[in-house]
Design a protein around this ligand. Structure first.
Ligand code: CTP
Ligand code: MG
Length: 233
């Protein structure tokens, strides 16, 4: 069960409904490039990643309007997105089966996380490459947690010890991911599906900079982070 091959898989078939914008958020511009470009580039920054599969909506017309040539053969669009993120990832895993072996590693990464840093990605791969299960990037919860009642009044203060916020990439072997997502109900992440098989994915320290762009206000923050790294073109 030891593979030296690593692939990326980016679900990018969402509609971005929580963001009031004219087009899906993966195509919104950050520093002159679509958000998806930054997410692809962040994954390919690690030379160990062989190819990144990008899962697009079957009706996507925008992808081919942007230049991807700098990534050569390391980027492969798959027009097989589904109704949910879970469906898009599962369809992508199935479509990638002709290239990817069951024990190859797949790093599933949201198109909506364009600020993934090179060091966190490196740490994820270094930590998990010899792991039996796989794991994810995450950050320990720093804020005090309050449980609210229906009127938004504090019902209780929750212990935050040992609580982490899950991020992506989520790194598991292709065969395990296929099995886990094929069986699971619609969980929001790959780790949840693997947990449902009774396994314990590892948590690897990420960074708050790897935010998920969900609301319009997140765009400015993402842009600031990318600019601070000098990645604008
Ligand atoms: N995604 C996908 N297929 C779907 C839904 C989501 O590939 N049917 C992808 C999104 O493109 C995104 C990632 O999954 O890269 C994380 O999802 P999310 O942040 O929820 O994006 P959207 O679903 O597009 O946004 P919203 O939930 O606000 O509609
Ligand atoms: Mg969504």
């Amino acid at each position: 069960m030891t593979s030296e091959r690593f692939f990326g898989l980016i679900p990018a078939a969402g509609a971005g409904e929580r963001m009031a914008s004219a087009k899906p958020k993966q195509y919104l511009e950050l520093n002159g490039r679509p958000m998806l470009y930054h997410s692809v580039k962040a994954l390919l920054a690690d030379a160990r990643i062989d190819t990144v599969f990008v899962v697009l909506a079957p009706a996507d017309h925008e992808f081919k309007e942007h230049p991807w040539g700098e990534f050569g053969e390391r980027i492969a669009p798959l027009y097989c997105g589904g109704a949910t993120r879970h469906d898009s990832v599962l369809n992508g895993l199935v479509a990638a089966s002709s290239t990817v072996e069951p024990d190859d590693w797949v790093l599933v990464h949201d198109a909506a996380r364009p600020c993934l840093g090179r060091h966190e990605l490196q740490r994820l791969i270094d930590t998990l490459a010899a792991d039996d299960v796989g794991g994810i990037l995450g950050v320990p919860v720093a804020d005090t947690l309050k449980r609210a009642d229906a009127a938004s009044r504090i019902q209780a203060t929750e212990a935050r010890e040992h609580l982490w916020q899950a991020q992506t990439p989520q790194m598991f072997r292709h065969g395990l991911l296929l099995e886990a997502l094929g069986r699971s109900a619609r969980l929001t992440d790959e780790a949840g599906a693997v947990e449902a098989l009774g396994m314990k994915p590892r948590l690897v320290q990420g960074s708050a900079a790897n935010l998920k762009v969900t609301y319009t206000e997140d765009l400015q923050l993402a842009q600031t982070i990318l600019t601070s790294r000098g990645t604008h073109t």
